[in-house]
Write a new protein. Structure first.
Length: 197
């Protein structure tokens, strides 16, 4: 009798089984909806990761998907100052001459203007100035022997954002020193002015 009692299903347990067991068609639909939701979330997460990686690559490297940093050709005019040019060499610097950079071999412009003034240098020995009641450094001028020459050059340069202006791998920038070859003269000069159109 004890055996029959324990083998008989209890009504409470049977009711619990029925309520917890999936009934008919509801189970597969819920599972399908969950799978679809996980798939959508996975796709959105993957798209966000790919977008973040592409953004970092375009930010940290010159590579760009949209060619927004493409090179443009722009007309630039810049002035190079040559200090200590001998008076006899002034005639070799002419408007219309092509100028070549000695380091790269690139033609970096055509002379559009040449101006000269007396060559001045600061002396090594300070002199006492009674008006200021202190020592000052004076300038020595060499008007007969040397000149300071400013040569204005014009050229079509490639412009790239983050890089600047270049002509055949020669960067054009204020403060940069150039070894210049004119048709009748070679010398070193510093870019002192720059203008891009």
């Amino acid at each position: 009798m004890n055996r029959e009692k324990s083998d008989a299903p209890k009504p409470e347990k049977e009711e619990r089984r029925r309520s917890s067991a999936p009934s008919g068609d509801k189970g597969p639909k819920k599972e399908s909806n969950r799978r679809w939701l996980f798939l959508v979330v996975d796709i959105l997460l993957l798209a966000a990761i790919v977008a973040a990686v592409l953004f970092l690559v375009s930010l940290l490297t010159p590579f760009s998907l949209f060619d927004s940093d493409r090179e443009e050709v722009r007309r630039v005019t810049y002035t190079v100052e040559l200090a200590g040019v001998e008076r006899d060499s002034l005639g070799a610097l002419k408007v219309g001459d092509a100028v070549v950079d000695s380091e790269t071999g690139a033609t970096i412009g055509v002379v559009t203007a040449v101006n000269s003034r007396a060559y001045e240098v600061y002396t090594d020995v300070p002199v006492e100035d009674e008006d200021l009641n202190s020592y000052v450094v004076t300038k020595a001028t060499y008007p007969e022997e040397f000149n300071t020459v400013t040569v204005t050059l014009s050229v079509d340069a490639d412009y790239e954002a983050g890089v600047g202006y270049t002509v055949d791998d020669c960067r054009i920038a204020v403060g940069r020193t150039y070894e210049l070859n004119f048709p009748g003269y070679a010398g070193s000069g510093v870019c002192v002015a720059f203008n891009a159109e």
